[in-house]
Design a protein around this ligand. Structure first.
Ligand code: ADP
Ligand code: ASP
Ligand code: MG
Length: 418
């Protein structure tokens, strides 16, 4: 069981969580619970780091931001004990959750938890702070924002759980963010592949890595709400959204429990920024000069457009990077101005990426053209386009995000009818 920040925000909510956990345990289950920091707490801690030192050391940043989950794991264990349950917390370094790669965006390499499993078998509820791990050299690490989802899936795989229930503040995965589109529809099931794509283009209900890990390890995920009354149906009756394999989805469709749609969902992302390099020489090697230094600095480039060459053998190159990396990207490119040979760098953070996702696209034409027509009918200008096998994304002005998501939701027939 995993509980997100809103579910853990304050002792009263933690008591509600403890009651949900107690019921699962009382049903004869061995339970591990992964918790997030209280809502807003990680942002608060990140700000402290920025105030202390603008160019903070990521290893010390991890020490600071990992503390939010330490607090909630201890509080949940205490609350469970107050309800008469046996429970204890297991911090990342105690289990241990071994991680590799950079601080602040570490990746889980392994969880070998014989002691924790033995305690669970003996009837003790294991409470695990999400988001945190330990590096090869014994230092505290964190998994990147939203990382408690990944902790939960990794713990589920390590203890060979029957299911990984991810409790949050909405009752499942919807056709789009239900906070933006009131007519969004809850999905009974989504395939791993589609959920992976939706998460990677901005549907923050699950961290992208958690879905990739679940797919690789075959972990069954259910997304459901922790904001339910005492009379709510049990999680075992699967009231939320299941993340399933293609085969399982086929079975659900055959049984008439799911309808096959061309587009499964729509997501938006306001965290990218646009960079335009003007008058780049139109010759072999030019784009390599641009993107190599960005790759070396681990800056993830997403959409790329190289405009048709204009006179004098020059062209403009446009691409997007995460907003958080924009200043670094700009500095790196300025440093290499001579080598690349561009004229000006123009940047814009006020952009958004809107994506439509669905496996149906593999075999059907017309998904992209429906998107372009629907946006143009509302006067929304498309600045860039990118596609994959099951996704079409467009870059637009940030101010038009909500409108674009609503218009597309209607255009693909996803609006709820009741
Ligand atoms: P938690 O704190 O539980 O990890 P998050 O805030 O990370 O919760 O994720 C839940 C939020 O994800 C919801 O409140 C909702 O606004 C947002 N969201 C975005 N896209 C979707 C979607 N397609 N379905 C459901 N929720 C979505
Ligand atoms: N507390 C961390 C964050 O806010 C991890 C999580 O909640 O998933 O990013
Ligand atoms: Mg989250």
């Amino acid at each position: 069981m995993k509980f997100g920040g809103t579910s853990m925000a304050g002792t009263e909510r933690i008591r509600r969580v403890a009651n949900i956990v107690r019921k699962q345990a009382a049903g004869g289950n061995e339970v591990a619970v992964v918790v997030s920091a209280m809502a807003g707490e990680t942002d608060r801690l990140v700000n402290f780091c920025r105030e202390a030192n603008a160019l903070y050391d990521p290893a010390e940043y991890d020490v600071v931001v990992a503390s939010g989950e330490q607090v909630t794991s201890g509080l949940l264990a205490l609350t469970l004990q107050s309800l008469g349950c046996k429970a204890r917390s297991w911090l990342g370094w105690q289990i241990p959750v071994k991680t590799i790669e950079a601080h602040a965006k570490a990746r889980i390499e392994s969880i070998d938890a014989p002691e924790m499993v033995a305690a669970m078998e003996a009837g003790e509820i294991a409470v695990v702070p999400g988001f945190q791990g330990i590096s090869e050299d014994g230092r505290v690490t964190t998994l990147g924002r939203g990382g408690s989802d990944t902790s939960a899936v990794a713990v589920a795989a390590a203890v060979k759980a029957d299911r990984c229930d991810i409790y949050t503040d909405v009752d499942g995965v919807y056709t789009t963010d239900p906070r933006i589109v009131a007519k969004a529809r809850k999905l009974k099931a989504v395939t791993y592949e589609e959920m992976l794509e939706l998460a990677s283009v901005g549907a923050k209900v699950l961290q992208t890595r958690s879905v990739g890990l679940a797919m690789k390890e075959g972990v069954r995920i259910q997304v459901l709400s922790s904001f339910v009354g005492d009379d709510a149906v049990s999680a075992d009756e699967l009231p939320g959204t299941l993340i399933v394999s293609d085969e399982e989805m086929d079975e659900l469709v055959e049984k008439g429990l799911m309808e096959r749609q061309l587009v499964t969902g729509i997501a938006h992302d306001k965290n990218e920024a646009k960079v335009i390099l003007t008058r780049v020489p139109d010759k072999p090697g030019a784009v390599a000069h641009i993107f190599e230094p960005l790759a070396e600095a681990s800056i993830n480039v997403d959409m790329i457009i190289q405009n048709v060459g204009r006179d004098k053998g020059e062209t403009d190159v446009t691409f997007t990077v995460p907003q958080a990396d924009l200043a670094r990207a700009q500095a790196l490119l300025e440093d290499r101005r001579g080598e690349i040979g561009f004229n000006r760098i123009i940047t814009d953070s006020k952009i958004a990426k809107i994506s439509v996702v669905g496996v149906g696209m593999k075999s059907h034409a017309g998904v992209a053209s429906t998107m372009f027509r629907a946006l143009s009918d509302r006067g929304i200008n498309i600045q860039a386009i990118s596609t994959s096998e099951i996704k079409v994304s467009v870059m637009i002005d940030e101010d038009e995000t909500e409108l674009a998501v609503r218009v597309l939701h209607t255009a693909y027939g996803l609006d709820a009818t009741d």
